[in-house]
Structure formats: structure tokens, C-alpha cells
Design a binder for this molecule. Sequence first.
Ligand SMILES: [Zn+2]
Length: 113
Amino acid sequence: MKTKTENPLPKTLPGTDCAQMVKCGKPTCKCARGELHGPYYYHFVRQDRVLVKRYIRATAVEQTRSACADWRFREKHRREASKISVRRLIKLLNLLKESEAQLAGIRKRNSNG
Ligand SMILES: [Zn+2]
């Protein structure tokens, strides 16, 4: 029995999948006249500002698409959670400023009286 262990795809994956029609490069092929091959699927991801393109095997297209969707979903919620934290911090900072102003007022009254 032939068994092949493949690297399992991660459950979440940054980037996106994209179908593309391609030319094989043979000058006499139908694709040279515009009848392209495909679609072939590629995974695109930005790594250190460089767009990296990788071929996705036909059997891994759905899994890759799903992993990318999961990544986007998680990122969206992470950003929203982060926004909420920033809002809470701003509220706390404003409370602190108000308290400091009140304290300064009390100190001023005490030193004058
Ligand atoms: Zn061709």
C-alpha cells in the first residue's frame, strides 16, 4: 500500500487564494494563441512587504481557502478587541486626568485656607 504523508495545512493561514489561467510557454501551444490553461490556484501572502505566490494543489484548494477565511475572521476579531481595549484605556486616562485635576484643586484650597 502506498502511503504518502504530507505536511498538513495550518488551520489558519494569512493571505488569500486566487485562480489564474496560465501560459505554459510552448510557442506552438493553444495558450500562445490566447487559449490559456487552467484555472490553477495560487496562494498569495505578503511576507516582509514582498508578495509571495505559491501553487496550491487541486486537492488543497478548499482547505487553503477555508484556512485563509479563518485567518481573516480571527484578525477581524483581534482588531475589534484591540479597538475596545484602546477605548477603555482612553476612558481610564480621562478619569485619571479628572482625578488629578480634582486633587490639584483640593491641594490648592488646603494650602490657601
Ligand atoms: Zn500551453
